[in-house]
Write a protein that binds this ligand. Sequence first.
Ligand SMILES: [Zn+2]
Length: 158
Amino acid sequence: MGYRIGSGVDFHQLAEGRDLWIGGVKIPHHKGSLGHSDADVLLHAICDALLGAASLGDIGQHFPDTDNTYKNIDSKILLQKTVELVTAKGYSLVNIDSTLCLQAPKIKPYVEQMREVIASICGVTVEDVSIKATTTEQMGFVGREEGLVAYATILLLK
Ligand SMILES: [Zn+2]
């Protein structure tokens, strides 16, 4: 059976005057993610996990931050393009599991909406998209609210 597993991780700084996009959802907060695109840490980790499972390299290779095409781009478009690359290689997505590490704000009220957005782009059901969240108990750069991290694991079937 052609099962393939992939893992992805992404980091972004948090800064005043930026929007906070996580999992394709805009979350009201006094800080947002800093980056070339909309800096959606969860969608980027999912893109990398998809590319990894299909041995297609990483997100920086496909969507370089030196290319102005991707400046402030909605990461939902990057995820859509990534899904197309993976499906073109004959893979279908089985499920996604992910974990977000951030100190604030609480993201629980937005998780269902994120799952719906991701499931619809990836062509799976909401049940196939898991999003967990944790703080780092005030430790490190996440604890100081200087940045956030997302991890994703994906199973593909050929
Ligand atoms: Zn990123």
